[in-house]
Ligand binder design. Sequence first.
Ligand SMILES: O=C(O)CCC(=O)C(=O)O
Ligand SMILES: [Fe+2]
Length: 216
Amino acid sequence: MQDDQSQRTGSRSAASPPAGFRLLPGRFDRAMQQALLEEIRAVVAAAPLFTPVMPRTGTPFSVRMTNCGPLGWVSDRTGYRYQPEHPVTGQPWPAMPQRLLDLWQELAPDAPPPEACLVNFYAPKARMGLHQDKDEATFEAPVVSVSLGATALFRLGGRSRKDPTRSFRLASGDVLVLGGEARLAHHGVDRLLPGTSTLVRDDGRINLTLRRVTPG
Ligand SMILES: O=C(O)CCC(=O)C(=O)O
Ligand SMILES: [Fe+2]
């Protein structure tokens, strides 16, 4: 028999996940998801979603983005980077909701506070290719990610792009932590599973990714 965790991670025959990987299914209940969604709506009202493009090629991402916190992650033809202002409005990013700062405190008590919360908005056909989160100047803190809305089929690999990958589902309210050995693990979203949540309208998904960018 598979236990619940191995069923979720599809890890029956694969190697065990890297140390520092944590999946907290249902960490946010529906009421907390709703409250967080309202806070993210306020963030998007102040800092509208933009469509990042790939460096050099200018190919648009299928995911639209914004940020909250002192720094925000952006991508344009000149590269990937963190910056204190919105690339279109030139305004500072809105503050990070206290609920997210509390989550970070709970999951990364020894790390300095998060500086960036990237807000990824996925329409039903959006995806995110396999990548590492490595634009930060420090990897001392974990990446903490919160999923809202449609379930994502998430892929997690290793530090090398060639390492084997495993797939699992990230449902609304799930929290994922990539720290320690897993901090530089490759990961991506293969696709969304339609009809899996009513939280975000039109089968959309929002992912919030909290990161420390500069050394503490
Ligand atoms: O949407 C997700 O679950 C992953 C997002 C991600 O990997 C990123 O923003 O770097
Ligand atoms: Fe990532």
